[in-house]
Write a protein that binds this ligand. Structure first.
Ligand code: FAD
Ligand code: NAG
Ligand code: NAG
Length: 272
């Protein structure tokens, strides 16, 4: 894994933000680890967030009923996707690890980063009907979320007012990253830097710098492999897999919980 290439997709408006400091720490530490680091600074790039027909150069197949996924698939095959998407796809292709650095917005990502997911992870390029999840296109790449919150950690605990952070992470980590095949590394969460005293802000950044040194050697989170689901039965868990877990204490993952308690730390820690 020597000389890995890292892409940081960064979504904060201000270079003096805590998010910027987290991004800068990643650039510095990963470079000192001899990684090649590229940053997509989405606001600085004025990155377009909306998935529209303008993302395609030349004729679209069906202008009366424009379907983004199908049209971008054709455009991708013909090299007719617009320049900013093509450039992000090049960066993604070259990267071994992608870090998404952002402030949490509405339990999710800022619109500009959602736009990056919507527009860069196109059908054909990032996923197909056959190539998804554990058989996904980016199975040899790693990806992770690194984000700041306005909430305290206790608010996102299983009995906190916002509910369990593992649940909040499932759509992003399973529905986007793992869907495209990425091995998903545990998230890096900077809890509430706005109210944190300087000392805690500094120690959060220091912990991040330490983690970054071993990041590429980390084991990814576990997801249920594609082979456990039957495509003939609407991709439901196969009876064998159901039986195997029937007496288990926990569900398989946050989403595929089989009506049982959630497996502990399922979206937070590797190999559990
Ligand atoms: C539209 C919207 C939706 C939101 N939705 C949610 C939500 O659903 N859930 C939730 O929890 N929060 C939510 N928030 C809050 C948001 O997530 C936080 O405000 C944000 O994550 C804080 O991170 P920041 O990088 O912007 O911090 P900043 O405000 O930029 O920084 C915090 C502090 O760190 C300091 N700092 C900067 N650099 C350094 C450094 N190098 N070392 C030490 N200190 C430094 C800054 O000066 C500042 O004092 C939302 C906010 C918005 C605008
Ligand atoms: C990075 O590369 C330099 C020069 O090749 C080498 O001396 C150094 O040990 C490398 N550092 C790491 C962390 O691999
Ligand atoms: C999810 O993650 C948190 C860490 O924030 C952990 O403490 C919590 O108990 C987890 N929930 C479950 C069901 O594991």
């Amino acid at each position: 894994l020597a000389a890995s290439k890292v892409l940081i997709v960064y979504a904060h408006q201000s270079p003096s933000s805590f998010s910027a400091a987290a991004k800068d720490a990643a650039v510095e530490v990963l470079k000192s680890e001899n990684c090649t680091v590229e940053v997509s600074d989405l606001y600085a790039m004025n990155f377009k967030a909306t998935a529209t027909a303008e993302d395609i150069t030349g004729e679209v197949k069906n202008a009366d009923h424009f379907c983004y996924a199908e049209e971008t698939k054709l455009a991708w095959e013909d090299g007719r996707l617009c320049a900013d998407i093509t450039e992000e796809q090049r960066k993604l292709n070259e990267a071994d690890l992608i870090i998404f650095q952002f402030p949490m917005y509405w339990f999710s990502v800022p619109a500009i980063l959602k736009g990056w997911f919507d527009r860069v992870l196109t059908l054909g390029f990032a996923y197909t009907q056959d190539k998804r999840y554990s058989q996904g296109i980016f199975e040899n790449k790693k990806a992770m979320l690194s984000f700041t919150t306005g909430s305290q950690e206790t608010m996102f605990s299983p009995n906190g007012i916002n509910g369990d952070m593992n649940v909040t992470l499932w759509p992003l980590q399973n529905g986007i990253l793992h869907y495209c095949g990425f091995q998903v590394l545990a998230p890096q969460i900077f809890w509430d830097p706005v109210l944190a005293p300087l000392e805690r802000r500094n120690s959060m950044l220091e912990a991040w710098r330490t983690r970054l040194q071993g990041l590429l050697k980390e084991q990814p989170l576990s997801f249920t492999p594609m082979c456990c689901f039957d495509s003939e039965k609407g991709f439901q868990l196969r009876p064998e897999a159901l039986e195997k877990h029937a007496n288990g204490e926990f569900g398989l993952t946050v989403g595929i919980h089989l009506g049982k308690p959630l497996p502990p730390n399922n979206q937070m820690k590797a190999g559990v």
